[in-house]
Design a protein around this ligand. Structure first.
Ligand code: PHE
Length: 331
């Protein structure tokens, strides 16, 4: 049996015939199995020796099958790559990356959420009440001008800032309120390297008992140092917004190797003007946000601008053009 088996294995031209040889000799109806059946016909004293030789034969056949299998596989592998130059460099695999705007937004949200701010949102198509009136912005304020704001025939408008979400949140939640609202804002600006008619803001609002300017300052210093590095300096420059008093613009000075440090404006902020709380109280019809009970701070920043500052991007239009030569740098 062994001689016949080894001959069959040796002469097997391919995997299929090798498999057939295996079945013929070792299979359930194979020759070795049949031979094992003879065992019971033998006298007791001959059984051990017979069993042993059966095992030897099985071992020899199994080893031969394995060896031949490996040899056939090697031939098959060699044939598979015949004609292929395996020394050629591999093909580049292009993997996508997050857009710089998405990255800065995610980073900002993550930092502020760690500080206890919850996400809030509001509609991009707003009314004058939520975008202006409730934010203490008088009818003749230049920001409300048709030259600066996109109005619909219905009198609705595309929100000019995410501060409208402050109003919507206070209408629907009770103090303490601690929210951030990232989202689009729209202005009828002339498009150039630093202006688009749609851009991205991130609004923040914290209202509770005894919220102070120190809280505002601590929050924003921590925020910008987390976002841009621990050496980042902040400057609170007095400013005016209708909905905060006092109001500030924040400038930061980055310390990045190879870049000249200079002050750059990054955000507006201030202590919520009591007139805003009065408008909210009137709109809600209760005293939950009475200026006698609560104080708060608010801030708003341009995310496009932050991305440009962080990565030294010189033209805001690069952020919306989807030019892969630009985007690839962030993958
Ligand atoms: N809404 C202001 C802007 O768009 C920014 C701001 C938000 C200022 C909150 C103060 C408080 O310029």
């Amino acid at each position: 049996i062994q001689t016949a088996a080894l001959a069959a294995i040796e002469s097997a031209p391919d995997g299929q015939s090798l498999e057939q040889a295996k079945i013929d000799f070792l299979g359930k109806k194979g020759r070795l199995t049949a031979a094992s059946g003879l065992m019971k016909t033998l006298p007791k004293e001959e059984k051990p020796a017979f069993g042993q030789s059966l095992n030897l034969v099985r071992g020899a056949i199994t080893a031969a099958l394995e060896e031949k299998g490996a040899a056939l596989q090697e031939v098959a592998d060699r044939e598979a790559i015949a004609g292929i130059d395996v020394t050629l460099p591999g093909r580049e695999i292009h993997s996508g990356g997050l857009h710089p705007l998405t990255r800065i937004k995610d980073d900002a949200i993550q930092i502020l959420r760690r500080m206890g701010f919850a996400l809030a949102e509001g509609p991009e198509i707003e009314d004058e009440f939520h975008c202006f009136d409730a934010l203490n912005t008088p009818a003749d304020h230049p920001a409300r001008n048709e030259k600066d704001t996109f109005y619909f025939d219905s009198g609705k408008l595309l929100r000019t800032h995410t501060s409208s979400v402050q109003v919507r949140t206070m209408e629907n939640q009770s103090p303490p309120v601690r929210i951030i609202a990232p989202g689009s804002a729209y202005r009828r600006d002339e498009i150039d390297a630093t202006h688009l008619s749609v851009f991205n803001q991130l609004e923040g609002l914290y209202v509770a008992e005894n919220v102070s300017l120190a809280d505002l300052k601590g929050t924003l210093v921590y925020f910008f140092q987390e976002l841009f590095g621990p050496d980042t300096e902040l400057q609170f420059r007095p400013h005016f917004f209708p909905f905060t008093e006092p109001s500030f613009e924040i400038d930061i000075k980055l310390h990045i190797a190879g870049r000249a440090p200079k002050w750059i404006e990054v955000a507006g902020c201030g202590i919520v003007d009591p007139a805003v709380f009065s408008a909210i109280s009137k709109s809600r019809g209760d005293e939950a946000f009475s200026p006698d009970k609560v104080t708060g701070f608010a801030f708003g920043m341009g995310l496009d601008r932050l991305a440009m500052i962080k990565w030294g991007i010189k033209d805001i239009r690069l952020l919306i053009e989807n030019d892969t030569r630009f985007l690839k740098q962030f993958a």
